[in-house]
Design a protein around this ligand. Structure first.
Ligand code: FMN
Length: 133
C-alpha cells in the first residue's frame, strides 16, 4: 500500500482511496464483477490462479488528473508486488455498479480500477507463448 500511497498525484490532491480485499467471501464477490483477458476467449483464472487479494481504487470524482493518478497508482502497486514475488493484474473491465453495491461505495467516488494480486505462475503454459523476455 505504501507504494501507491506515496506515489505522486496531480496537485498532491490525493484523490484516490483504496479498498483492500482479502476476505474469502468478498474475494468471490469481487471476482464476479471482473472480466478477464478479453482477447482470450473462455480464459479466466481457476484454481491456484485465483487472486488472493484485490486492491480497489476509488477516485474522488472531482480530481484534476484522474487517469494519470489512477494509472500511476496501479502501476506502483504492480511493480512493488512483482518485486515482492506477488503477481498482479490491473483490471479496467469491472462491473462498477455491482462492485459499488458490494462495498456501498459513496457516490462521490468512481470505482476506477481493480488490481488483482496472487501467486505468480512462473511455469504456467501460457508463459511459453510470451513475447516479452
Ligand atoms: C489499464 C489496464 C486495464 C486492464 N484491464 C484488464 C481487464 O479488465 N481484464 C484483464 O484480464 N486484464 C486487464 N489488463 C491487463 C492487461 O491485459 C495485461 O497487462 C496485458 O495483457 C499484458 O500482460 P502482462 O501485464 O502480464 O505483461 C489491464 C491492463 C491495464 C494496464
Amino acid at each position: 500500500m505504501d507504494a501507491t500511497r506515496l506515489s505522486s498525484c496531480g496537485g498532491n490532491l490525493q484523490p484516490l482511496k483504496y479498498v483492500i480485499v482479502n476476505d474469502k467471501q468478498l474475494l468471490v464477490k469481487v471476482f464476479d464483477t471482473l472480466s478477464w483477458a478479453v482477447y482470450l476467449p473462455n480464459y479466466y483464472p481457476i484454481n491456484d490462479e485465483m487472486p488472493q487479494a484485490y486492491i480497489i481504487l476509488l477516485l474522488y470524482k472531482h480530481g484534476r488528473t484522474p487517469i494519470h493518478d489512477a494509472s500511476i497508482a496501479s502501476m506502483s502497486i504492480s511493480m512493488v508486488a512483482y518485486d515482492e514475488g506477488v503477481g498482479s493484474c490491473i483490471l479496467a473491465s469491472v462491473d462498477r455498479e455491482k462492485l459499488r453495491a458490494v462495498f456501498n461505495v459513496p457516490e462521490r467516488f468512481d470505482v476506477v480500477l481493480v488490481v488483482a494480486l496472487g501467486i505468480q505462475q512462473k511455469n504456467h503454459w501460457w508463459n511459453l507463448f510470451r513475447m516479452k523476455p
